[in-house]
Design a protein. Structure first.
Length: 219
């Protein structure tokens, strides 16, 4: 079995926008299962350019972890820990370039959404924002978690009401979990079963990126 360190990596990740040292904010984008950084980077065309840098890594073989997000946590190891480490390493790189954590957005779709939500819960700080599009926290429903403080980080949890991949009960539990973790939670639910990114989610993201771009960076 591969070690946690070398399943996924940050080398070769896609970087759009200005160099980090010139960026007013940075957004880390995580793709869904069977996709890539190139694919999710297509979202950038719909988001404000205003000085934000966008970083989009790719998972090994297109998948951050092998089982469903609702599977027992141990069954997704060591891939899950390696994927979480990718997020942490990118955040470290962004902060080393002078962008503070509260100007960093975490954005994921589907499997990537589950990953950014899980990362924020395991590493609670004030982020620029966290957006889980068609996803929920990783682990079986009812997983016991320690109390954490996300310091009013804006968090978006969006999903179709009948998404075949993301049960509504998991979405609701995740929204409640983030509310208890003192995040500023926006929950968006959409009729039907489409597993996709919705215009209302794009509007929320545009608002958050514009907000970060208008604020003075304070390392």
């Amino acid at each position: 079995m591969k070690s946690t360190a070398n399943i996924h990596g940050t080398s070769g990740h896609l970087h759009l926008g200005p160099p980090l040292r010139q960026a007013s904010a940075a957004v880390i984008l995580l793709h869904g299962r069977g996709s890539s950084g190139d694919d999710i980077a297509g979202l950038v065309d719909a988001l404000p350019a205003r000085g934000a840098a966008f970083l989009a890594p790719s998972a090994a073989n297109g998948s951050w972890y092998p089982q469903r997000f609702l599977a027992p946590l141990a069954s997704n190891e060591p891939w899950l820990s390696s994927a979480l480490r990718v997020v942490g390493e990118l955040i470290d790189d962004v902060m080393a370039a002078g962008v503070p954590r509260d100007h960093i957005g975490l954005l994921g779709f589907s499997q990537g959404a589950c990953l950014v939500l899980e990362y924020a819960l395991r590493h609670p700080f004030r982020y620029g924002f966290v957006a889980g599009l068609s996803g929920a926290a990783i682990g079986p429903i009812g997983t016991v978690r320690p109390e954490v403080d996300l310091r009013q980080t804006p968090v978006l949890i969006g999903c179709a009401e009948e998404d075949a991949h993301i049960p509504a009960a998991a979405v609701l539990e995740t929204a409640n979990l983030f509310a208890r973790s003192r995040a500023s939670v926006t929950r968006q639910t959409f009729p039907g079963s489409a597993h996709t990114v919705f215009p209302e989610e794009i509007a929320w993201l545009c608002e958050q990126i514009d907000r970060l771009a208008s604020q003075v960076r304070r390392p």
